[in-house]
Design a protein around this ligand. Structure first.
Ligand SMILES: C[S@@+](CC[C@H](N)C(=O)[O-])C[C@H]1O[C@@H](n2cnc3c(N)ncnc32)[C@H](O)[C@@H]1O
Length: 283
């Protein structure tokens, strides 16, 4: 999608963030990412998938800080292009690769990754189906960690409608317990919630991240003529979150893929000759 061929006000939420190339388009922004990565303790030798990686800020940061190998996938070719450019500019292309793929049908073999992470993607999708796909590509003992927006109370219909107008009609945050239940249904063990937080007063991560991320800052000059409608659009999302932040929180939904249970030991096969021998030697 090219921003030049579509007006900002006509873009859907994913098109908007891909056009901007926003790096931390999730609740809590980059500080939440740093806090979560610290809790996950990913090691150098681990092989990581960042599902719905956006413009690759988290994946590149993880590569730089741990030296582990990462694949980031996203359904948006525009995001993947920006993520690859980021990896190149930040000198981590030897560790991180980005490719276009659908999280419902990952182009990887079973039992492939040590770690699957996601940030603000399952909130828009069928949680159990996505977690089943994560389960498939994880090695036994592999871990999943998914940072998502959650609801702390039932959303009144008018707020749900407004939320969908801001973030897209598929937006469907659940209470924490239901995310954990979805992980369990997909087969994960040790499901738990880490780093739960309430939504901050500055709910709009895009506005707060604008100043920090060079991919965004670089692109803004070219987008100057779009700025008035862009700011209107971002303020709409921001004021929705500020007004309704009491309903929302976010946290890291974690689980572990079990080691396949070892099949029960078969009883020793006793052939006819052995049976006769045993019988004859019996007193
Ligand atoms: C809210 S953004 C989050 C991006 C990134 N994880 C971050 O935190 O900045 C959601 C991302 O999921 C991607 N996405 C949506 N549906 C997808 C799918 N079915 N498969 C892969 N990526 C998808 C979008 O293109 C978008 O980049």
């Amino acid at each position: 999608m090219s921003g030049e061929s579509k007006k900002v006000e006509d873009m859907n939420y994913f098109e908007l963030i891909a056009w901007l190339g926003i790096g931390s388009s999730h609740p809590g922004g980059f500080p939440a990412t740093q806090q979560n990565l610290a809790a996950m303790q990913i090691e150098t030798e681990q092989y990581v998938l960042d599902a719905g990686c956006g413009s690759g800020l988290t994946a590149c940061h993880l590569a730089k800080t741990t030296g582990c190998k990462i694949i980031g996938i996203d359904i948006s070719a525009e995001m993947v292009e920006k993520a690859s450019l980021r990896a190149e500019k930040e000198g981590v292309s030897h560790l991180v690769q980005f490719r276009v793929a659908d999280v419902y049908d990952l182009p990887f073999d079973d039992n492939h990754f040590d770690f699957v992470m996601a940030e603000s993607i399952t909130v828009f999708l069928d949680k159990v189906k996505v977690y089943q796909e994560f389960y498939r590509v994880l090695k036994p003992e592999g871990r999943v960690a998914d940072l998502e927006m959650v609801i702390l109370a039932e959303l009144p219909p008018n707020i749900r409608t407004e939320m969908k107008a801001c973030f897209g009609s598929a937006t469907n945050p659940l209470p924490y317990e239901e995310y954990l239940e979805a992980l369990t249904q997909a087969g994960f063990l040790e499901v738990e919630l880490k780093n739960p937080q309430r939504m901050k007063s500055n709910g709009n991560v895009i506005l707060s991240e604008l100043k920090k991320d060079w991919v965004l800052v670089k692109g803004l000059a070219e987008k100057a003529s779009y700025l008035p409608s862009l700011m209107t659009r971002l303020r709409k999302n921001s004021s929705f979150m500020k007004k309704n932040r009491g309903y929302f929180g976010f946290g890291l939904i974690c689980g572990r893929k079990p080691t396949p249970p070892t099949p029960p030991a078969r009883p020793e096969k006793v052939g006819f000759k052995d049976w006769m021998r045993k019988l004859l030697h019996r007193k």
